[in-house]
Design a protein around this ligand. Structure first.
Ligand SMILES: Nc1nc2c(ncn2[C@@H]2O[C@H](COP(=O)(O)OP(=O)(O)OP(=O)(O)O)[C@@H](O)[C@H]2O)c(=O)[nH]1
Length: 509
């Protein structure tokens, strides 16, 4: 509906000589045309385009629109109008050398469809071409034959055209009376408010007729009217052509502007895409970086874990899982330093399993290992949180108890002794006797040196062995480093073993 309304508007604006607006609307109409599928609407729009473009002298363009009309004629319409636009464009182009038979076909088509007005418009072009070609008699015959129908239709521009053409043809034939009659008729039938081609033709003929007849006053009057009509007509033609060119330029300028905007838009889109890509790239870079960092973190974590595991293994006794000798000594020394700082008493219990060699020899090394483990479990049941417990070597163990007076230490040792002696045994350990001897020493004398304390406990332990084993003996530094009991040459005390791994303390005589 909008398309058809615009087409009608183009027609009205053209009739009203508002050519610039008409071409502006026509441009909109032609822009919409590709989207229009309705045949009737397309036919109407194409017809308006062809008609207005012929008026502006754009014959080739008009012809192409007329051909589009011919290609798709809607139901209820004939090819008559489309053919007329095409033929009229061809004739007005001035390129026609001989009369195209299509003109007669056009006339026949229009007559057949009952569109006599259009048929006569085509006949007017044929007659005009005949006059141009010097076949004025033929033109008169054609115009005369159809003149009655033209008069009946009362379409001023066509009537005026028929009159002017007959006047011209009769003039060419030398029939002045008829020429004058039709020239006057052309002036009378012309649209009064407009300067048209037939009006200009008619005034020119009248001027020539009067001049030829010697009526110079009348000739001058017609000449003036001819000049005015011709000028008016040419102005109108120029106005149409100019309007067409102005609108064409505007449309082109708009297109260039739209193209520029589109290009700008494309650049912006490309820029946005590039930004997006850059963000994506940096995001990938960050992900890559994070992955590398995570891998490094994981590697460090694994390294740390295995380091800790190795450190733990390095500190552990592999059979019993408790601290080994070195770690025990380190921990015990640290606990003694603490005790010294707060001048609190600390005690060391040395434990040595009794006749362990005999267990190994009698029941085998595996049973010996079991006994060691069970003895450790028995000890652990009586340990407190701050106690430092470790295996000093072979079947010897040490417990350093911080904040512990000698009496308390002896009591704790006694509890552990009972626990070891009453260790439950499994079936494969049948006949094994487990017991341990205990040597206890304390820092109550104010000496916090680990080796000295170890030596004291060692001597107490030695006495416990001498006392018959499976008992607790408490000793002190006052007992001296020299054992009151003679030691078998093969026997080596726990302190000897520790000293052999660190600084040896020479006995004081
Ligand atoms: N099964 C086993 N035996 C060990 C282990 N470490 C040391 N031994 C043995 O422990 C025994 C210690 O024997 P000795 O030093 O003579 O002491 P003992 O037989 O307990 O005698 P007393 O200490 O005087 O009661 C040796 O036979 C060592 O081979 C071990 O990890 N497992």
């Amino acid at each position: 509906m909008r398309f058809r309304a615009t087409a009608t508007l183009v027609d009205i604006l053209g009739i009203g000589h508002r050519y610039e607006e008409a071409f502006g609307r026509l441009s909109q109409l032609l822009d919409q045309l590709p989207q229009i599928t309705n045949k009737r609407a397309r036919f109407q729009g194409l017809g308006e385009a062809a008609q207005l473009l012929i008026a502006a002298g754009q014959y080739d363009l008009a012809s192409s629109y007329a051909e589009q009309m011919l290609d798709n004629i809607p139901a209820g319409e004939s090819a008559c109008k489309s053919m007329y636009f095409k033929l009229h464009a061809e004739f007005r182009s001035g390129r026609m050398q001989v009369l195209d038979p299509a003109f007669q076909t056009g006339v026949d088509t229009c007559v057949k469809s009952g569109e006599n007005l259009v048929a006569n418009a085509i006949r007017a072009d044929i007659a005009s071409f005949d006059i141009q070609q010097g076949r004025s008699a033929h033109a008169i015959a054609l115009l005369q034959t159809n003149y009655a129908y033209v008069l009946r239709d009362q379409y001023p521009s066509l009537t005026s055209q028929f009159d002017a053409l007959q006047a011209q043809a009769y003039w060419d034939q030398g029939e002045i009376t008829h020429a004058r009659k039709f020239a006057v008729a052309a002036v009378d039938s012309a649209i009064k408010s407009e300067y048209t081609e037939p009006l200009s033709m008619a005034y020119e003929l009248l001027f020539r007729i009067e001049k030829q007849q010697g009526n110079f006053r009348a000739a001058l009057a017609y000449h003036e009217k001819y000049l005015a009509a011709d000028k008016g007509y040419l102005n109108d033609v120029s106005a149409k052509t100019l309007a067409y060119q102005i609108v064409k330029q505007q449309v082109q300028a708009n297109k260039v502007e739209v193209d520029a905007l589109n290009k700008q838009n494309q650049i912006l889109q490309l820029q946005r895409a590039l930004d997006h890509k850059a963000v994506e790239a940096s995001r990938l870079y960050i992900i890559l970086l994070l992955t590398v960092l995570a891998s490094i973190g994981l590697l460090l974590y694994r390294l740390k874990r295995s380091q800790l595991r190795f450190m733990g293994l390095a500190r552990q006794d592999s059979l019993t899982g408790i601290s080994n000798r070195k770690h025990f000594v380190d921990e015990a020394e640290q606990a003694l330093r603490q005790a010294k700082r707060f001048t609190r008493c600390a005690s060391l219990i040395l434990i040595d399993l009794d006749h362990f060699k005999l267990v190994n020899d009698t029941h085998g090394h595996a049973v010996g290992d079991q006994v060691l483990k069970r003895a450790v479990v028995a000890c652990q049941k009586h340990l407190h949180a701050r106690d430092v417990f470790g295996r000093l070597g072979g079947e010897e163990f040490g417990i350093l108890i911080p904040h512990c007076e000698p009496e308390q230490a002896s009591d704790r040792a006694e509890q552990i002794r009972i626990a070891i002696a009453s260790t439950p045994l499994s079936e494969d350990m049948h006949g094994v006797m487990i017991s341990a001897s205990f040597g206890v020493a304390s820092t109550d004398s104010g000496n916090y040196e680990f080796l000295r304390l170890l030596a004291d406990a060692d001597h107490a332990l030695y006495r416990a062995k001498r006392n018959g084993r499976n008992c607790v003996v408490s000793g002190s530094v006052t007992d001296g480093l020299v054992s009151p009991y003679p030691m078998e040459s093969s026997e080596q005390t726990a302190s000897d073993k520790v000293l052999s791994a660190s600084a040896r303390i020479e006995p004081v005589n």
